[in-house]
Write a protein of this length. Structure first.
Length: 118
């Protein structure tokens, strides 16, 4: 399984960006995708992820500003980020989990840089 993320860049505070991640390879129907981020000197943290086919969870700091969506037919997950703040600056990674129980596998994309600065 390979994950290809795109859409990062430099944006001013209050601006918007849209990240996309496409999965390829042997994708199971029960896959769950999401987004994480890692700022310099900090641990990687959850941004938003699907916990079921249609239910997503968000970290508190992005609620009301970010929206995650998925296209099962295309095996893609998208993160729409609005009202961006400097503290959103980080490398954003998409993640895919699939499998069952102890046979669950996790895959990460290569990361895309998001910089929010004036």
């Amino acid at each position: 399984v390979q994950l290809q993320a795109s859409g990062g860049g430099l944006v001013q505070p209050g601006g918007s960006l849209r990240l996309s991640c496409a999965a390829s390879g042997r994708i199971f129907s029960n896959n769950l995708m999401g987004w994480y981020r890692q700022a310099p000197g900090k641990q990687r943290e959850l941004v938003a992820r699907f916990i079921s086919g249609s239910t997503a969870v968000y970290t508190d700091s992005v609620k009301g500003r970010f929206t995650v969506s998925r296209d099962n037919a295309k095996n893609t997950v998208t993160l729409q980020m609005n009202d961006l703040k400097p503290e959103d600056t980080a490398v954003y990674y998409c993640k895919l989990d699939q499998g069952w129980g102890s046979l669950t596998s996790t895959y990460w994309g290569q990361g895309t840089q998001v910089t929010v600065s004036s």
